[in-house]
Design a protein around this ligand. Structure first.
Ligand SMILES: *Cc1c(COP(=O)(O)O)cnc(C)c1O
Ligand code: SF4
Length: 413
């Protein structure tokens, strides 16, 4: 006997282990259908389109890896799209009509991840104008941000943290953007005066321990501009944490270079990003993640649940497992907001809860985001958890495990 513990039953344990294998094998089978950025298929798509673009624009590999070149050469008209793919007359007209109402811009990098043959390609759904954007329904300002702005360009809804909105610009205008009322209409950095006023407000409110610098995409500010803000915030003794909100890891990974990663590391900045699908986690994205993590920057992911993009339990599982593998910790899974123009991305809350239920036990705790719903009127985020997990019963609670096994605990146990 190798163990002193006489309670071990090897036979039963092996039967249990075999049962768990069956569940894992089933998951692996389903997850293998999710397209990942590192697959040969994805890399081929990318290289094909990338080479076409480089040829069309007479540009070099060095240009491609330069984020300024990427920004300058964004694909932002239907004619540019039709340089690279054959659009039907109807597709052409649709993109044209939508882009007159909501402009679009796609970095050549992100565009090259598109699988043009798949009508539900997650990259395409997030970046190409879609005729359904013109459908009625949804609100213009469901967040009521107008009532959460005590000073400068601040949004405050919580006791000890707030947001400073430093720009309206983004490398790409995500079709599902929940702030599209402000973003994708004009590009404007917040004025120095408004930033100064925001910082002054933070200075005068000792309750504020965390400041989120966001946009738009906060990493579209220059390094000098960012450093000035970090420097001023770091001199306020009650500000313990500076956090940046950015999507460049997915849309413009070349923005992260050694200089920026060092700057973020120097001020111990933490970062929230947004990957919504495993196909966005590419070699280029992982190089950017590595630079950040190696400089000590904490990186967490805020995914948005989006119909046809990722509203599938295996897709969410695979995407979060890829993130964990490359050292990005899943943070939130946002339920999509009811904003005008993005109704076609809506998902039922039941579906989101079913996905969360699936993740329990089926994957590492490090791969599990918190599913959240944003309250109307700017009242804050509400975490959503499967109802059956814990239910009050007479004199105690009933619990349901990840495999739907039930046990109860009485108050007097
Ligand atoms: C989401 C949000 C935050 C940050 O909340 P965390 O749960 O800490 O990520 C801060 N301020 C506002 C206004 C927010 O909407
Ligand atoms: S990066 Fe964020 S703010 Fe910018 S368009 Fe995409 S979702 Fe909206």
């Amino acid at each position: 006997m190798r163990y002193d513990n006489i309670n071990i039953n090897r036979e039963k344990s092996l039967i249990r282990s075999d049962d768990l294998d069956k569940i894992a094998i089933d998951d692996i089978e389903h997850k293998s259908k999710v397209r990942i950025g590192f697959s040969e298929f994805s890399i081929n798509l990318y290289n094909n389109t990338k080479n076409k673009i480089l040829k069309e624009l007479n540009a070099s590999e060095e240009d491609w890896n330069n984020y300024k070149w990427q920004l300058k050469n964004r694909i932002s008209s239907v004619d540019e799209i039709s340089n690279y793919i054959d659009l039907t007359r109807e597709e052409y007209e649709n993109i044209k009509n939508v882009s007159e109402e909501y402009r679009f811009a796609i970095t050549p990098y992100y565009f090259s991840l598109t699988d043009f043959d798949n009508p539900n390609c997650p990259i395409k759904l997030q970046s190409f104008p879609d005729i359904r954007e013109l459908e009625d329904g949804g609100q213009l300002d469901p967040m009521n941000e107008e009532q959460s702005n005590p000073s400068g360009r601040i949004t405050r809804r919580y006791p000890n943290k707030l947001i400073i909105n430093v720009t309206n610009a983004c490398p790409m205008y995500c079709r599902h953007c929940q702030r599209r009322r402000l973003i994708g209409k004009f590009d404007k950095n917040t004025s120095r005066e408004d930033i100064n006023e925001s910082i002054e407000f933070i200075k005068n409110n000792k309750t504020l321990r965390e400041v989120l610098i966001t946009g738009g995409d906060a990493l579209l500010l220059s390094n000098n501009h960012l450093e000035r803000i970090f420097n001023e915030l770091s001199q306020i003794s009650h500000v313990e944490v500076i956090r940046i909100g950015t999507r460049v890891l997915a849309t413009l990974p070349f923005r992260i270079d050694d200089e920026l990663a060092s700057l973020l590391g120097k001020y111990k900045v933490q970062l929230s990003t947004q990957f919504n699908h495993a196909s966005e986690i590419t070699l280029e994205a992982v190089q950017a993640i590595d630079l950040l993590v190696d400089h000590g920057v904490l990186v967490r992911n805020q995914m948005v649940l989006l119909h046809n993009v990722n509203d599938d339990m295996y897709c969410i599982q695979k995407t979060n497992e890829e993130l964990q593998k490359y050292r990005v910790i899943p943070y939130y899974l946002f339920h999509p907001k009811d904003v005008k123009g993005i109704g076609h991305f809506q998902v039922d809350i039941d579906k989101g809860l079913e996905i969360m239920k699936h993740l329990e036990g089926r994957t590492s705790g490090m791969c599990k985001p918190t599913y959240v719903y944003n309250s109307p009127g700017g009242l804050g985020k509400v975490p959503l958890v499967p109802l059956q997990n814990i239910e009050p019963v007479e004199n105690g609670y009933k619990f349901t495990t990840w495999e739907n096994r039930i046990f109860t605990k009485n108050f007097d146990d």
